[in-house]
Ligand binder design. Structure first.
Ligand SMILES: [Fe+2]
Length: 219
């Protein structure tokens, strides 16, 4: 697995295996796929990277399972967002796309109540350590480990794959560079370092100048 992104078959097979034993998860994934194939494929990729990080951290099998399911379904709330009108506001005046973590948590409440999904991780998966994330602008002390894992895995998956709305793809090394630039601000540096370790990138001693590139891929 080192030195290259996971082959497509690896994250597809992993999700397929999981879906066979988890009928309700499978149902929601099918709904997601029917709604938007890019969201679906992205979810499979970021869930794969989330699991990779969870295993690297030595989380238990049960913790890995809950995190993996949370990662697969954390964007299900996007089914309530109309992309053609991204400026759509909810009743509080917040663009609805920025509320998709809350929508996801609402949809997944039956899973959360049964301990099958980490509700806080779903809610916080776009929060940044420095408080610049969304939807609730939480800061590092209030962001859970699982949410930090999802945040890093999500951005890595987004940066390294084609998306019709972004249209750009970074290579593995460039993606890791961007994650590294923003570590300790947006991302948990230990998790970024772990990804660098898996994919063979050199950890730079001095951080390069910040750029805004990652914000463009920070959907
Ligand atoms: Fe998301």
């Amino acid at each position: 697995m080192k030195n290259q992104a996971s082959p497509a078959t690896e994250w597809v097979q992993l999700a397929g295996q999981f879906a066979r034993d988890n009928k309700q998860t499978s149902f929601l994934l099918k709904r997601m796929k029917a709604h938007d194939i890019f969201i679906y494929e992205h979810s499979l990729r970021e869930a794969y990277y989330s699991l990779l990080l969870a295993q690297g951290l030595g989380l238990s099998g049960k913790e890995q399972e809950v995190l993996y399911r949370s990662a697969l379904l954390m964007d299900i709330g996007k089914l309530r967002v109309t992309y053609k009108v991204e400026a759509n506001l909810d009743e509080s005046g917040t663009p609805s796309i920025l509320m998709h973590p809350q929508y996801s948590a609402d949809i997944l409440k039956p899973f959360i109540d049964r301990g099958l999904v980490d509700g806080e991780a779903v809610l916080q998966h776009h929060e940044n350590l420095d408080g610049t994330g969304y939807p609730y602008y939480r800061t590092w002390e209030d962001i859970t480990l699982n949410a930090r894992i999802l945040r890093v895995a999500d951005s890595f998956a987004a940066a390294t794959s084609y998306d019709k709305r972004k249209g750009t793809v970074l290579g593995i090394e460039a993606a890791l560079d961007e994650l590294y630039r923003w570590s300790d601000m947006m991302y948990d540096a230990d998790l970024v370092n772990m990804l660098c370790h898996y994919y063979g990138a050199e950890i730079k001693k001095d951080k390069p100048e910040k750029t805004s590139t990652l914000r463009l891929i920070n959907h």
